[in-house]
Design a protein around this ligand. Structure first.
Ligand SMILES: [Mg+2]
Length: 236
């Protein structure tokens, strides 16, 4: 390992956990709204997703992920903030390969940052329920004013060397644009979600490393990390 522990950012939904805001809050809320609106929850969601896409295309990164605001504007309904969830419910959504990776990160004093396109206001209850607020160095969301693949979402993380995530359109493209090692997590059973391609993106976007489980990451990163003459972490 290098003299200075590496600085790594990692996506939240679909990478560390099955989107808890969606599973435990937004989808149940859509189901509860469906009878009164006389529309299926899928139709209600489609309306919200279309508004989100429109906002993203027009550069409103924070607004594109502000589901409370979108629900008010598009469905004229009041979507509450999530209540503190039960730890058991959130734990059930964490991917099993996450724990070994977190243990490795902690043991090697990796500076680990969550970079998510969700608003931290919406992700925070779940991070806190898992106790991850105690082990992460920072957490950055679209509340910062930027969202992946805009590289500016990474700009607050000093010395960032690697970003890991499940979406080519957001994580890999954002990492490439931020000039950090782009690691694509492609779990075999997960289908790539191609929504949200940036219109300025190249036709193809290739990861520097592709992994099928987070368990592969420690060894691959250790192989790639070297110590430069100046004692800083570098990449071979
Ligand atoms: Mg994701």
């Amino acid at each position: 390992m290098p003299t200075h522990p590496p600085v790594i950012s990692i996506d939240f939904d679909g990478t560390l956990i099955r989107n808890p805001y969606w599973s435990l809050h937004l989808k149940p809320w859509l189901l509860s709204q469906s009878p009164g609106e006389n529309k299926s929850w899928q139709d209600l969601w489609e309306l919200m997703a279309q508004e989100s896409d429109w906002r993203r295309l027009h550069g409103d990164h924070t607004g594109a992920y502000d589901w409370k605001n979108i629900a008010g504007e598009i469905l004229h309904a009041s979507l509450p903030d999530p209540d503190p969830p039960s730890r058991k419910d959130v734990l059930a959504l964490v991917y099993p390969d996450v724990w070994d990776f977190l243990t490795w990160s902690f043991r090697h004093r990796v500076s680990l940052h969550v970079v998510t396109n969700g608003l931290i206001r919406n992700q925070w209850p779940y991070l806190q329920a898992l106790g991850w607020d105690k082990i992460l160095t920072s957490w950055i969301g679209a509340d910062s004013g930027f969202a992946k693949p805009d590289p500016r979402i990474f700009q607050r993380i000093s010395g960032l060397a690697v970003h890991v995530g499940d979406r080519l359109a957001h994580d890999v493209l954002g990492a490439k644009r931020a000039s950090v090692l782009a690691v694509h997590l492609q779990r075999p059973w997960q289908k790539e979600d191609n929504r949200g391609w940036d219109p300025l993106s190249p036709a193809g976007c290739h990861a520097d490393l592709t992994i099928t489980t987070l368990r592969q990451l420690p060894e691959l990163l250790t192989q790639r990390i070297c110590t430069t003459r100046h004692g800083k972490a570098g990449w071979v």
